[in-house]
Design a protein around this ligand. Sequence first.
Ligand SMILES: Nc1ncnc2c1ncn2[C@@H]1O[C@H](COP(=O)(O)OP(=O)(O)OP(=O)(O)O)[C@@H](O)[C@H]1O
Ligand SMILES: [Mg+2]
Length: 244
Amino acid sequence: MSDVQDESVLRLVGLRKSYGVGTPVETEVLHGIDLTLGRRDFAALVGPSGSGKSTLLNLIGLLDRPTSGELYLLGRPTRDLDDAARTALRASAIGFVFQFHHLIEGFTALENVLMPLMLARGRPDAATVAWARELLESVGLGGFADRRPGELSGGQQQRVAVARALVTRPALLLADEPTGNLDTRSAQGVFELFRRFNAELGCAVLLVTHDPRLAEACDRTISLVDGRIVSDSPNRRLVSPRSP
Ligand SMILES: Nc1ncnc2c1ncn2[C@@H]1O[C@H](COP(=O)(O)OP(=O)(O)OP(=O)(O)O)[C@@H](O)[C@H]1O
Ligand SMILES: [Mg+2]
């Protein structure tokens, strides 16, 4: 057995996905995706509506299974993992931010942020609660820990969702149009959070966006058209990013 450490956070090899397998409407929507993300990558995934971006993100997030091909997460092949192992790997390695925040209404902002850890480990200890508070602080919501989602603006709710996605210190943050539902200023704020956590926590980021300016602000742009990657290249910068 090889002991070589895989330096990628994610590696896709010949990944295919069909919907409606075994029915008359079986359709392949991803036609053999090869892609590698490094441990600190900050990449945009762009492409026309229906090109397969969300399908791909759901595969990477282990929310759905490919029809064929292999997906390595942190160097581990995932094809033969059972559902329990996939859930455990997802919970420990991946943070997910969706277009709509999916916060739980009956719980406070702090409880929502703690939720992924409580699901994995049960009642949080003091250090865990302190970390969740620190995350809320760092998304600018230190004073809102006890508010329920209904008492927060859309942008604030999305920032809670970002804190929740990061509470497990994931190696990979996946975001499917996380700012699609926000005004420009809130969108910028959420994007800057991703930038900061990429730099400070060292999590790789893969961000689906329809906003060309956000895509350009990433380090790399991956373009999907009709279920195939048609380009994947570093973004040229006119102004170099501020050093940390
Ligand atoms: N559950 C499903 N069953 C059948 N077909 C599906 C399903 N989900 C998506 N599709 C189809 O797969 C293709 C890719 O869809 P997907 O949602 O991945 O596109 P997308 O790039 O995320 O689009 P958008 O930018 O509009 O969000 C589309 O043709 C879509 O109709
Ligand atoms: Mg989509």
